[in-house]
Structure formats: structure tokens, C-alpha cells
Design a protein around this ligand. Structure first.
Ligand code: PLP
Length: 357
């Protein structure tokens, strides 16, 4: 039987994506070949890349000023590709956790980095507010959704410098205003496709302004010029991404999925706020992630973590262990997660509470 998949990444994908990809692995677009063994220059695969690019533009309302790229190396490669291409002397970063820190570490190889604020003091369980972004930086970088800690920035920040965001774990989950960003990147394996492809949306005008030589593969202009086909793209993940994008469009697009995501997260947060055995890690509802919901046992039940884990596992819930760096639990509720799975987890929490009485 199908498990209730709460893994943080790689993570749940729509049944539609998995089925269509399985079919294409056996016979791709009637070619009699697998999508794994067909040339990326074949007209059938070029059509996949073209439609995937077009659907990203349509779903996120990407303006003409921006290009959509499918690259490799994960979000982690973007941590250095971004400053390589865009950092002249100085950039500002908001530190909201592990991924921000990794981005900051790489950026420091290219220039001066101003950390405008950090929530490290309380293990990143809130989003810093009221910070000031210096006017003289080349860009401001932030992580929209903190996959490990369960915090999320729900609105595009208002800054007067170019904006860059790591949206790996909440891209396509809510409306964003792409025109406000010089660059957005996202590893696909949270909300789009299997690992192996990274989505980048970049403002063309922002490129070509640094003096340093840029290796061909790391230069965004290479991939813009070649339509993400400069070298062999990850054909299977791109094919799967296209299926997820079609599924998303079919289900009403970003506005519709955002509403469902709010409803799903509310079911869990309401239970965490009510149930005497559990509490959410992130106290301020405004900072709570709708994609990764982190929670712990309340003080009186601290010793019973393993017991709840066992109960949830017996109900076929998988992937609810918190990240090794913070412990507790984490329920990841990406776009593809059905409400029924959420209900199974919440019912397990209720059952656990009743058992304690
Ligand atoms: C998972 C994740 C990453 C790392 O992505 P890779 O593709 O494994 O390099 C970076 N940022 C965020 C926000 C993530 O959730």
C-alpha cells in the first residue's frame, strides 16, 4: 500500500508525474525508445524542454525581461554561481538557517558579505524583522522557506537593491512577483521533480556586469543562449518536471495550489496548538512554513518521542523524523501531499493524546 510520504527532500511528487515518467522510461512519446536513451537533440526531447520552459513562464507569470533555465548541480551549485555572475564587491544576506549559511560561505569567496540579520540565537525558529539592507550592495539574498527549521517568508521583501532568492522548498507553492527578483533558484527535488535538475529564473539585464572571467558552464549567459541545452541536460528529471507543471496547471495553477497548501498546513498547526502532547517549533504563526512543519513533544511527554514515532509509522506515515540538527518531528507538506495523508498524521496525534489519558 502507498505510504503517506512526509519526507523533506527528495519528497512526494504527484502520482501523475510518477506514472507519466514511468511510461516514458519504457516508451517515450511513441519513439520506441526510453526517455533515458533518446538524444536530447531529438525533436521529441526538444519539445519537452520547450514546453517545460513555457509552463514555468506561464504558471509564475515570468516577465519578458527574465529567462527560465534548467541546470544541474543542485541549489548548492547556485550558492557560488550566483556571486560568480552577480557579485561585484559587496552583497547582503539574511541568515535564516543552514541553507542561508551555506550560501553565505560560498559568496564570501567573491566579495564582502554583510549579514543583515540572523535568527541563530534561537536555533532559527523565527524570521528576523526590521533589518536594514545597505543601499550600496550588489544584491540582497534570502531563503524563502527554511526546510530544516520550518520557517517561511511569505511575502516578497521590499528592498531597493536587486533581490535574489533560494526558493528550493517553496517554489510553485504560492504566488510570487518574479519581476521583483534578479534571480530565483530552486533545486527541483522538493516540489517539482526528482533530484538532478535545478530551476533558475534570471533577469537578463542583470548579467555581464562583473569583471572576473566566468567558466563557460557557470555563466548563465551560456545556458540562456543555448536554451538549457549547452550540454546534455538531465533528461529524465526535466521530463518529470514537465509532468508536474502540467499537473499543476490542470489543477488550477499557483493560486489554487496556494489555497490548498494553506488549508493543509492549518490542519496540522491547529492540531499542534490544541493537542497537549505536541507543540510547534515556530511560535509566531506569521513565520510558520506551509511546506515543512516542525514540532516537538511538550515537556511532560518528552520521553515519549519514540512511542509517537512508532504509532505514526504503524499508520504508514514515513519521513516525519526531524532533521538531525534539531531533532523532534517534521512533516513536509509539499504541493503533491494529499489532504488525506495530513489527516492520517493528525489522527495519529489525537490517538496518541487519548492513549495518555
Ligand atoms: C534542499 C535545499 C537546498 C539544497 O539543495 P541541493 O539541490 O541538494 O543542493 C538548498 N536550499 C534549500 C532551501 C533547500 O531546501
Amino acid at each position: 500500500m502507498k505510504k503517506h510520504n512526509f519526507y523533506a527532500g527528495p519528497s512526494i511528487l504527484p502520482e501523475y508525474t510518477i506514472k507519466k515518467t514511468a511510461e516514458a522510461i519504457l516508451d517515450f512519446a511513441g519513439t520506441g525508445l526510453s526517455v533515458m536513451e533518446v538524444s536530447h537533440r531529438s525533436k521529441e526531447f526538444v519539445a519537452v524542454m520547450d514546453e517545460a520552459t513555457a509552463l514555468v513562464k506561464e504558471l509564475l507569470q515570468v516577465p519578458e525581461t527574465h529567462e527560465v533555465l534548467f541546470l544541474q548541480g543542485g541549489a548548492s551549485t547556485q550558492f557560488f554561481t550566483v556571486p560568480f555572475n552577480l557579485l561585484k564587491t559587496k552583497a547582503a544576506y539574511l541568515n535564516t538557517g543552514t541553507w542561508s549559511n551555506k550560501a553565505i560561505k560560498e559568496a564570501k569567496l567573491f566579495g564582502e558579505i554583510v549579514e543583515v540579520a540572523s535568527s541563530k540565537d534561537t536555533t532559527y525558529n523565527y524570521i528576523p524583522k526590521g533589518y536594514v539592507v545597505p543601499e550600496d550592495v550588489d544584491y540582497f539574498h534570502y531563503t524563502t522557506n527554511n526546510t530544516i527549521y520550518g520557517t517561511q517568508i511569505h511575502h516578497d521583501p521590499e528592498v531597493s537593491v536587486p533581490l535574489i532568492a533560494d526558493m528550493s522548498s517553496d517554489i510553485f507553492s504560492r504566488p510570487i512577483d518574479v519581476s521583483k527578483y534578479d534571480l530565483i533558484y530552486a533545486g527541483a527535488q522538493k516540489n517539482l521533480a526528482p533530484a538532478g535538475v535545478t530551476l533558475v529564473i534570471v533577469r537578463k539585464e542583470a548579467l555581464g556586469k562583473v569583471d572576473r572571467p566566468i567558466p563557460t558552464m557557470i555563466d548563465y549567459r551560456t545556458h540562456i543562449e543555448k536554451g538549457s541545452m549547452f550540454n546534455t541536460p538531465p533528461c529524465v528529471p526535466v521530463f518529470a518536471a514537465l509532468q508536474t507543471l502540467r499537473w499543476l496547471k490542470e489543477n488550477g495553477g499557483i493560486e489554487a495550489i496556494a489555497k490548498v497548501n494553506q488549508e493543509k498546513a492549518a490542519i496540522i498547526y491547529d492540531e499542534l496548538d490544541r493537542n497537549k502532547c505536541f507543540e510547534p517549533v515556530v511560535k509566531d504563526p506569521a513565520d510558520r512554513s506551509l511546506m515543512n512543519i516542525t514540532f516537538v513533544m511538550t515537556k511532560a511527554y518528552k520521553e515519549k518521542e519514540a512511542e509517537f514515532f512508532e504509532l505514526a509509522t504503524s499508520k504508514n506515515c514515513v519521513g516525519i523524523k526531524g532533521h538531525r540538527s534539531i531533532g523532534g518531528f517534521r512533516a513536509s507538506t509539499y504541493n503533491a501531499m494529499p489532504k488525506e495523508s495530513i489527516q492520517v498524521l493528525v489522527d495519529a496525534m489525537k490517538e496518541f493524546e487519548q492513549k495518555q489519558a
